[in-house]
Design a protein around this ligand. Structure first.
Ligand code: ARG
Length: 477
């Protein structure tokens, strides 16, 4: 392990830790260091930590709590540390626990005593959660772009396939024909809400805990509004105990991430089904499929399967942080340190899944003939026959339903899959008013083109939906 480069001052000579070891005689057990240190995880907060410290130091100077000269030295020193961290030049030392102590220790090495004044009127408790909120705010802005990327990919395919017909399912049983564009835009609609949830989360988390200090506020005449403004927060958080110990902003992100994960997993599952020869509706590109080491015939949708599988870790992440939070008395407790690993990994996962899915959707090729072949099974036009009886013969829908069901039974009995093979006499046997006028309506094209109700599957509705989608996704963060 590296030894600190600086010489400890007299008061720190025997202490176990340069930052908090004042009352300690002995050294920390290596196992304490192992369980306590978070630097391997929270080094990802270094930019935010430096931004937060600079805002704090400037405020301390403006409030007359530290001198302008010290504040200037702190700001310059912090920029030096930032450069060192950006270039990976600052070695991490487990005895310095976390990113806050690394930065502060290095600052003191660089600028001496002035560095020791930075932590006035502040605690690591408000510091860490300030950093964390800033980090998640930025991460959410990045994820917004990832979500939009997938939405645009879905819209591109939907435009290409506004008229492509495939069976729509309920219970995974053939139900009614739908257009592929309509099917894909269902996921685009889910993504709009996912984006909305992330935005709500960003809006609610955008308050500053800085200045809550350890838990109770501080005796220094600090200006919390100033640091909140400097860091782009809407306002300082109102209650210091809440500020240092609440993590519902992280939980809110994780719940939204879990829901997004569920959506991605459903789409992934459809890709897995559609690429199986039993369906054959879609071909994924070589870029997003893998072969088998033993079966030369294989082309597997691994990326889709991994999206489906990894979505589980997003559900688990919510459980994990919820479990940490649910029995914590106020205010800060070290359990909270583990919040970051959970959220960092969830952000990485959400981004990866979104980008992998975007790649798959962009590259996939729909197989309209296979989709059409699949429409032969399941009497997808039975509802259309019933609807005609209602619309043209003015029969009650229940009776019409019964007639159409009988029509299906007749066709099935003679081994035909198409309702438009019904003969004049078969139709008459179903109802005296029924005749062959209905037959031209019993085509897949008619079925989808006539479903023009708002939000329906008709190509005209798909194009209208696409226009709305384009307006929605044009809007910047
Ligand atoms: N590394 C700590 C965390 O992530 C910083 C806060 C430490 N506070 C304390 N009272 N020990 O939570």
């Amino acid at each position: 392990m590296n030894t600190p480069k600086h010489t400890p001052s007299a008061s720190q000579e025997k202490s176990a830790n340069p930052l908090w070891g004042g009352r300690f005689q002995g050294n920390s057990a290596p196992l304490l260091q192992q369980i306590n240190a978070s630097i391997d995880v929270d080094n990802r907060l270094f930019e935010e930590d430096i931004d937060g410290s600079k805002a704090h130091a400037a405020m301390l100077a403006d409030a007359g709590i530290i001198s302008r000269a010290d504040a200037a030295a702190i700001a310059a020193g912090l920029e030096t540390v930032r450069g060192e961290l950006q270039r990976g030049e600052l070695p991490f030392r487990v005895e310095l626990e976390d990113i806050h102590m690394h930065i502060e220790t290095r600052l003191k090495e660089l600028i001496g005593d002035a560095g020791g004044r930075l932590h006035t009127g502040r605690s690591r408790n408000d510091q860490v959660v300030t950093d964390f909120r800033l980090w998640l705010r930025r991460a959410l802005d990045g994820l917004d772009g990832d979500i939009r990327g997938l939405a645009l990919a879905l819209m591109g395919q939907a435009k290409r396939h506004s008229e492509t017909i495939l069976p729509g399912f309920t219970h995974l049983q053939p139900a009614q024909p739908v257009t592929f564009g309509h099917h894909l835009l269902a996921y685009e609609n889910m993504l709009r809400r996912d984006r909305g949830r992330f935005r709500d989360c960003r809006e609610r988390l955008n308050e500053s805990p800085l200045g809550a200090a350890a838990l109770a506020g501080t005796t220094y005449p600090i200006n919390r509004q100033q640091t909140a403004n400097a860091l782009g927060f809407r306002a300082p958080m109102e209650n210091s105990l809440d500020a240092v110990s609440s993590r519902d902003f992280a939980l809110e992100f994780l719940s939204s991430a879990a829901i997004l994960g569920i959506h991605l997993s459903r789409l992934a599952e459809e890709l897995v089904l559609w690429t199986s020869p039993a369906f054959g509706f879609v071909k994924l590109s070589d870029a997003y499929t893998t072969g088998s080491s033993i079966m030369p015939n294989k082309k597997n949708p691994d990326a889709a399967e991994l999206v489906r599988g990894k979505a589980a870790s997003l559900l688990a992440a919510f459980q994990h942080l919820g479990g940490i939070l649910k029995s914590l008395p106020l205010a800060y407790a070290k359990d909270l340190q583990d919040d970051k690993a959970i959220v960092f990994s969830a952000v990485d996962t959400v981004s990866l899944l979104l980008r992998a899915m975007t790649g798959m959707i962009t590259d996939m090729t729909a197989q309209p003939e296979a989709m059409r072949r699949a429409c032969a099974a399941g009497f997808l036009l039975a509802t259309d026959l019933a609807d005609w009886c209602v619309q043209e013969l003015k029969l009650p829908f229940r009776e019409a339903h019964h007639i159409a069901a009988k029509a299906v039974a007749i066709c099935e009995a003679r081994g035909s899959v198409d309702l438009d093979t019904l003969t004049e006499s078969e139709l008459k046997s179903l109802h005296p008013l029924l005749d062959t006028r209905v037959l031209p309506l019993l085509t897949l094209e008619q079925a989808v083109h006539r479903r023009i109700s708002y939000g329906g599957t008709a190509p005209s509705q798909v194009m209208a939906a696409l226009e709305r989608a384009e307006t929605f996704w044009q809007e910047a963060v």
